[in-house]
Ligand binder design. Structure first.
Ligand SMILES: Nc1ncnc2c1ncn2[C@@H]1O[C@H](COP(=O)(O)OP(=O)(O)O)[C@@H](O)[C@H]1O
Ligand SMILES: [Mg+2]
Length: 253
């Protein structure tokens, strides 16, 4: 179990070229244990940058990110799973090979591989496609492989960067439902980035509303509905979505 603390995160791009484009303008929030925090903000506001900072792919100019984990020892950094907008699979490896690659990278003992591969392919409903190469799968299935690859390392923190934005509406809807169920059954702290208000209302236990670039926190909203009660056609859900939309619209005026 782990939680993530972002404290006064400031990030510039283009400093080397003397351009100083501010992308993160003192962003602070916490992502709680065992829940999903959605980062909701317009395109280009700095959401992917924020996830990259949390995962250690980018560094901050000011402020800090702390991942507070029960496992935190000096030489034992927290396990982070990352689901990208494009699944970023190794197309020359079979589905199972993609998962093995992640397991090897995390130094998971080979004796555990088989059990884990089966468990997480089952969760994403891809057991029969284990020997397939990614290019023979549909976009939705590839994104499921990306999710299984992130989960197979049993991450303490799961980062998801607009994972449904390139899928058709029905595929995205089904994958959101499945991801919500999967995440509710696993113990990890999830951060999901989106520019879609409905997706944030559906997926997020809390929603951090971000401004246009430079990203600043406008408001943090708790979802009054537990995951099991989130139904796109339900009046309470629609009310909450409207409330969120109002806050987002106010923030751009
Ligand atoms: N490595 C980089 N170098 C320079 N500029 C970048 C880099 N990564 C992102 N940017 C710029 O930073 C801004 C925020 O990008 P990003 O975090 O990808 O936004 P979002 O994910 O919210 O759409 C954009 O204007 C983008 O062009
Ligand atoms: Mg992005």
């Amino acid at each position: 179990m782990a939680y993530v603390q972002i404290d006064g995160a400031v990030k510039f791009f283009g400093r080397e070229a003397g351009e100083d484009m501010l992308v993160l303008g003192k962003v602070s929030f916490d992502a709680k244990e065992n829940g999903t925090t959605c980062l909701l903000g317009p395109s280009g506001c700095g959401k992917s940058t924020l996830l990259n900072v949390i995962s250690g792919l980018e560094t901050l100019d000011q402020g800090r990110v702390r991942i507070v984990s029960q496992r935190n020892h000096r030489d034992d950094s927290p396990r982070i799973g990352y689901v990208f907008q494009d699944p970023r699979l190794l197309n020359w490896k079979r589905v199972e090979g993609n998962l093995v690659f992640a397991l090897k990278g995390m130094k998971v003992p080979p004796a555990e591989w088989e059990g884990r591969i089966h468990k997480y392919l089952k969760l994403v409903d891809l057991v029969e496609f284990r020997q397939q190469h990614p290019l023979y799968l549909s976009g939705g299935m590839r994104q499921r492989v990306g999710l299984a690859r992130a989960l197979v390392i049993e991450p303490e923190v799961l980062l998801m960067d607009e994972p449904y934005s390139k899928l058709d509406q029905l595929t995205a809807r089904k994958l959101r439902e499945d991801t919500l169920l999967i995440c509710a059954g696993l113990k990890q702290t999830t951060l999901l980035v989106t520019h879609d208000v409905e997706e944030a209302a559906y997926m997020g236990d809390r929603i951090v509303i971000l401004s246009a670039r430079p990203a600043r926190v406008i408001e943090i909203v708790e979802n009054p509905l537990p995951p099991a009660d989130r139904d796109l056609d339900d009046l309470n859900f629609i009310e909450f979505k409207k409330h969120l939309l109002k806050l987002v619209l106010q923030s751009v005026q």
